[in-house]
Design a protein around this ligand. Structure first.
Ligand code: GDP
Ligand code: IMO
Ligand code: MG
Length: 426
């Protein structure tokens, strides 16, 4: 059995959920390892569109165990809504489990996120306002609440006594927000305990041990993307977790020795939501055309996504730090009506003419960089019904071969449409 990680290789929204759903067919256990409801994951199957935020995209197959891992942060109300919607859609959620070590997003986390975003002038990140940054901040600061605390009176009471004086001082004096009483938070936690109760897997160690012993196939599902990784992304314009392949080792409950393959998902172009550098961004009609054909609007916030040409400089970096072993290239069909397609192979520094072949991690110099492009001929035909690699137009195959050459990694999957069926396994 092969254990695989699905990683976003760009700035998120690469089509990870489509690939996770496909690979979940062959997995027994699917574990979402980081992030929270900042994620917006779309699966199109059986003429229906499903949108996930926290729940693993493998849930559509009956009988699969789907874990929300310890590395995630969970906004209780968002979880409750998502589960209800899936049940209303007739999805069987009996395989859904939550690792009790996952962190809880409290109301003050979303308030602080909202406040920071709305008052920031310089340094605005353009977050999803789901409380992600403040929840991970408290986790790392060792003042966070975990799902298991909801079922331990001692843990909850003792932790709140530590957290509240600090948190209230900050809420009042730094953010000008209302403080919380212990009674109020205890009542909230009681409600949360009820919401999560059917899904919390207290014997997760046994479950994971058994799955390992029985040679079950594990699929690790990442959210966001390598360029949004808190350690390796375009910091500070990133999310607050580790979407890279290594994140699966810390956020799932299994270690790195359980991972056989890391599949990076990338679009045939690049998109980004929110602020931050983006060297190949197109602020012209070509960018608008990509957005329109690719329906590039955020699943979680509805914001228009910034669009640009494929960037082999960041992708090569992504292959390295993401630990990618192969690539799933999605949305290549978006180029069906394009006469020409550009591909960025290097950056040029407009101040001195220096050429960067490797990704410069100081994002504050990105404003001086311009992309060095090579231009490829388009195929100008509909490829959305093609099922075999050999049947792809010659120019499409040339473009894919060039990507493999530049990135030094094989493309294992080519996606030519949003539906499960519109996929070519190479
Ligand atoms: P994720 O966050 O990485 O799972 O991606 P999103 O769901 O946010 O965005 C990807 C969008 O592209 C969704 O609307 C998918 O249905 C759609 N999509 C995925 N693969 C393809 C593809 O190959 N072609 C086209 N045209 N759309 C795709
Ligand atoms: P999926 O899993 C695209 C971006 C936000 C913002 C930055 C920080 O669907 O690919 P956060 O709310 O995480 O503190 O915001 O990260 N961002 C995403 N962009 N896809 C996502 O998820 C994202 N999740 C967060 O727009 O720039
Ligand atoms: Mg998304």
């Amino acid at each position: 059995m092969t254990n695989r990680v699905v990683v976003g290789a760009q700035w998120g929204d690469e089509g990870k959920a489509k690939i996770t759903d496909l690979l979940a067919q062959k997995a027994d256990l699917i574990i979402r390892y980081q992030g929270g409801c900042n994620a917006g994951h779309t699966v199109v199957a059986n003429n229906k569109t499903f949108k996930f935020h926290l729940i693993p995209s493998g849930i559509l197959y009956k009988g699969k165990m789907c874990f929300i891992g310890a590395g995630t942060v969970i906004l209780p109300e968002a979880f409750e809504t998502e589960v209800k919607e899936l049940i209303a859609d007739g999805v069987d959620v009996s395989g859904l489990k939550i690792n009790p070590l996952a962190s809880i997003t409290m109301p003050y986390h979303t308030e602080i996120d909202g406040y920071s975003e709305s008052t920031a002038t310089k340094g605005k990140i353009g977050t999803t306002k789901k409380g992600i940054g403040p929840t991970y901040t408290d986790k790392m600061g060792r003042i966070g609440l975990k799902i298991e605390d909801l079922y331990s009176q001692d843990a909850l009471s003792e932790k709140l006594d530590i957290i509240l004086p600090l948190k209230n001082k900050m809420l009042k004096e730094v953010y000008g927000l209302e403080p919380y009483s212990k009674e109020c938070l205890l009542a909230l936690c009681e409600k949360y305990a009820e919401i999560f109760k059917p899904y919390v897997c207290f014997d997760w160690q046994t479950v994971l041990e058994d799955a390992k012993r029985d040679g079950k196939a594990v699929l690790f599902e990442g959210a966001q993307g390598v360029m949004l990784d808190v350690d390796y992304g375009t910091y500070p314009f990133v999310t607050s977790s580790n979407p890279i392949g290594g994140g699966a080792a810390t956020g799932s409950g299994y270690g790195p020795t359980m991972i056989d393959e890391v599949i990076g998902v990338a679009k045939a172009y690049v998109t980004r939501v929110g602020e931050g550098p983006f060297v190949t961004e197109l602020k012209d009609e070509t960018g608008d055309k990509i957005r329109e054909i690719g329906h590039e609007f955020g699943v979680t916030t509805g914001r228009p996504r910034r669009c640009g040409w494929f960037d082999a400089v960041t992708m090569k970096y992504s292959v390295l730090v993401g630990g990618l072993t192969s690539l799933a290239l999605t949305k290549i069909d978006v180029f069906d009506s394009f006469d020409e397609i550009k591909l960025c192979t290097a950056y040029k520094d407009t101040r001195n003419g220096n050429i960067y072949k490797h990704y410069p991690t100081d994002v504050f110099i990105h404003k001086y960089l311009e992309p060095v492009y090579e231009t490829h001929k388009g195929w100008t035909e509909d490829i959305t019904k093609i099922k075999e690699y050999d049947k792809l137009p010659e120019n499409a195959k040339k473009y894919l071969a060039r990507l493999e050459e530049l990135l030094e990694i094989p493309i294992s999957i080519v996606s030519v449409g949003p539906d499960r069926e519109q996929t070519i396994f190479k």
